[in-house]
Design a protein around this ligand. Structure first.
Ligand code: NAG
Length: 555
């Protein structure tokens, strides 16, 4: 499948090159050419998105675009996570979310940016070539960021039509994407389904910083629990009377209280720093605001909301000097939230652990960071490892009412079935490919016409890939399965239960194994000894050898 896909891409690229050369020599206008290239690239976007992609290409007119730009057309989401771009006006559910995938902005922005970047220095001759190379790169990056090909997307659509539990790349509705890093915030859970009202105050976000990259100081109006899913770096928190720096590495948890300014540096030369964040809003449930000094970008500094006169008075400097922090002067430096740092800057910022300003020995508000590998795993066998952290281990978890778990499921193995007693578990896949199945009572008609309750359950399932987010409500039995190729790593944030209890439904210590013989006989209508042969056969705990799948394979 993957191989076939690649051949297809190569062929299309070749076709696009050939076409461009031809159209250039036939003297088509520059604008036409750009639209042609854009449409060609739509071939990569898959059957479902293709028509929309082509439409967006056709709608692109550089002149019109320029006019709209000057007319002050919306600045998009401003500073990324600062405000939400609601999926399709909200309320229309899954269909809209899927459409979001190839949204207007994506294609139009690509054409616009390539148009602009090729306009300057290039000679007339090179321009089509430049434009095409630029578009190829952007489409490829786009595909990579979505992380799945057209075939899986088509099956996803079927699975998702009645499956609000699974969130993929297109459900990250607030984004800030730059060369040196990106911040993506998942849509509000309640925008997806009313089933998630219990966790409406929580949001999920990813932050990725490329090697040797600095993330400029900012604060949220929300509490944040951060898990370092990959890489290492240094985080600095500015509190009322102190500055704390903590070195962080894969497997660390740390807590950033609402309103605390933080900055961050990826100190590694090769690895990306990837942070998975659970954010708990403190004012409007589920609404988040990011406050930033803008990093040399006048448009996205909160200082610029004030009148110049006010700032002159507040800082007691003149207008020109003010430009140093509001970014109105000509900046040599690149703009944005992510900045490339030099060797020396990194060395200095990385520094030593827990640097305290001004005189040290201040009572720290948080305990800093906690490595999930510090304690023995709660379950470990050949088929997988489960690390769990609750507020007993890391008291900061109590502030946000979240329990943490990390599953490392051996390839070809599975975890569960199990269920969580009180927590709604948000599962995130940082690495690997797999599958999950959940028993879900909401999707089937439970009450018969005569008003009798007759419970019945439907299987909710989906492929799991890097970046997939799944919500498992409390009480719902679930199985997580790794592909035969690689280990499947799964981060679990147990929301609204900092002491997460979970119950296995098969294997050692499973719920049934605790029942009295009479209860077993009355329930299943067979002699307890016979039933117990089934209940007690599997002697592994939680992690088992995976199923033999007939007619379906992963990856
Ligand atoms: C998961 O397990 C594999 C195999 O033992 C190991 O290589 C990998 O580092 C583990 N992942 C984490 C995050 O510990």
């Amino acid at each position: 499948m993957a191989v076939k896909g690649k051949i297809c891409v190569v062929f299309l690229l070749f076709a696009a090159v050939a076409f461009i050369s031809a159209s250039a020599s036939f003297g088509m206008s520059e604008n036409d050419e750009e639209i042609r290239v854009c449409k060609m690239m739509c071939e990569f976007s898959g059957e479902d998105d293709k028509p929309r992609c082509i439409k967006k290409c056709e709608e692109y007119h550089p002149e019109k675009q320029k006019r709209e730009g000057e007319g002050g057309e919306g600045r998009g989401t401003g500073h990324g996570g600062s405000s939400d771009r609601r999926g399709g006006g909200g309320g229309s559910g899954d269909r809209q979310d899927i459409i979001l995938a190839m949204e207007e902005q994506d294609v139009r922005k690509m054409v616009e940016q390539c148009h602009q970047s090729c306009q300057g220095s290039q000679g007339e001759q090179q321009r089509p070539q430049c434009f095409q190379t630029c578009m190829q790169k952007r489409f490829r990056d786009y595909e990579r960021s979505r992380g799945h090909d057209t075939r899986t997307r088509r099956t996803d659509k079927r699975q998702q039509s009645n499956n609000p539990y699974v969130f993929k790349d297109q459900h990250f509705t607030a984004r800030l994407e730059t060369e040196h890093g990106n911040l993506r915030v998942l849509q509000k859970f309640t925008d997806r389904s009313d089933l998630f009202q219990g966790i409406e105050k929580y949001r999920f976000a990813y932050l990725v910083a490329e090697p040797q990259t600095f993330v400029i100081p900012n604060h949220w109006d929300a509490d944040t629990l951060v898990f370092v899913a990959n890489g290492k770096g240094t985080i600095t928190l500015i509190e009322e009377d102190s500055r704390q720096s903590h070195n962080i590495k894969q497997g660390d948890l740390f807590w950033v209280p609402a309103g605390i300014t933080e900055y961050l540096i990826n100190t590694d030369n090769n690895e990306r720093l990837v942070l998975a964040k659970i954010i708990h809003s403190v004012s409007v449930p589920g609404e988040l605001q990011l406050f930033s000094v803008g990093g040399g970008d006048p448009e996205s500094s909160f200082y610029n909301a004030f009148s110049t006169e006010v700032l002159e008075a507040a800082f007691d400097v003149d207008r020109d000097s003010l430009g140093r922090i509001t970014g109105q002067q000509k900046q040599k430096q690149e703009q944005g939230m992510f900045k490339k740092a030099t060797e020396e800057q990194i060395k200095s910022l990385a520094g030593k652990e827990s640097r305290i300003w001004p005189f040290g020995e201040r009572k720290e508000k948080g305990k800093g960071t906690y490595s999930i590998f510090k304690k023995d795993p709660s379950v470990a066998n050949d088929n997988g490892i489960l690390h769990e952290v609750d507020s007993g281990d890391f008291p900061d978890l109590r502030n946000i009412n979240v329990a943490f778990s990390f599953f490392n499921i051996t390839r070809g193995s599975m975890a569960g079935p199990f269920y969580n007693a009180k927590a709604t578990q948000v599962l995130i896949v940082p690495n690997g490919v797999g599958w999950f199945e959940m028993a879900c009572p909401h999707l089937s008609e439970q009450v018969t016409r005569s008003g009798q309750i007759r419970p019945s359950y439907e299987k909710v399932s989906s492929e799991l890939r890097r970046g997939t987010v799944v919500v498992i409500p409390a009480g719902h039995p679930v199985v997580i399965e790794a592909s035969g190729e690689d280990n499947l790593e799964v981060i679990g944030f147990g929301l609204k239960s900092d002491k997460n209890e979970w119950f296995p439904l098969a294997g050692r210590d499973n719920v049934l194994s605790q029942w009295e013989d009479e209860a077993i006989e009355l329930t299943f209508g067979s002699p307890a000894s016979e039933v117990k042969k089934v209940i007690e056969k599997q002697d592994q705990k939680l992690f088992f050898k995976g199923p033999v799948r007939r007619g379906r394979a992963f990856a």
